[in-house]
Design a protein around this ligand. Structure first.
Ligand code: HEC
Length: 154
């Protein structure tokens, strides 16, 4: 389900083949993408004291594009590994989701159900995600796969 290019399509970005140099499965293709993550109103950056954020809750995280000062890359964030993701909530760069279940549902349905809008709309990638036609059972299979990527080190 994770690898299947007509189902979850996750491995398009979170590559599940061994990296040619590292020889390990790293679950990232090292690219940057805007997958449509909404603004997280609970982001503590909005209420940080001092002079770090004069825009308060109007602050926008432009991701790679902010660093490069390039609007074409606004909203793009690096594809992270998924190792230990099940034990590293919250998810996405701003912690928008607290559970893998909600996150997988987001990937499946963002283009067809009502979600808060992406923080940066112009560069959202609708090609590989958003309307995956996964059943709830298929969503659960992907969640189960992410859970088995958890190691036993404490
Ligand atoms: C088009 C590329 C792309 C595809 C396809 C994709 N992802 Fe992602 N994924 C990303 C990017 C980029 C991020 C980081 C987004 C951010 O931080 O805003 C991410 C983040 C995540 C995270 C959060 C990890 C963390 O530690 O915060 C999980 C879990 C995840 N993806 C699972 C999946 C699953 C499951 C699928 C398939 C249903 C999938 N991804 C498909 C690009 C992709």
């Amino acid at each position: 389900m994770f690898n299947n290019r007509s189902k979850g399509k996750c491995a398009n970005c979170h590559i599940s083949d061994p990296h040619p140099l590292a020889g390990k499965v790293l679950f990232t293709n090292f690219t940057y993408d805007n997958i449509g993550v909404p603004k997280n109103p609970a982001n503590p950056f909005y209420t940080i004291p001092g002079n770090f954020n004069s825009l308060c809750s109007n602050a926008v995280d432009y991701g790679l594009g902010g660093f490069l000062k390039d609007p074409d890359n606004y909203g793009r964030f690096k594809v992270p590994t998924l190792r230990n993701a099940a034990v590293s909530a919250p998810y996405f760069h701003n912690g928008f989701y607290n559970t893998i279940e909600k996150l997988v549902h987001f990937y499946n349905k963002i283009d067809v159900e009502r979600f808060p809008p992406a923080e940066i709309l112009a560069t959202v990638n609708h090609d590989k995600l958003g309307n995956l036609h996964l059943t709830s059972q298929e969503e659960k299979c992907i969640v189960a796969f992410i859970i088995i990527l958890t190691d036993r080190y404490k």
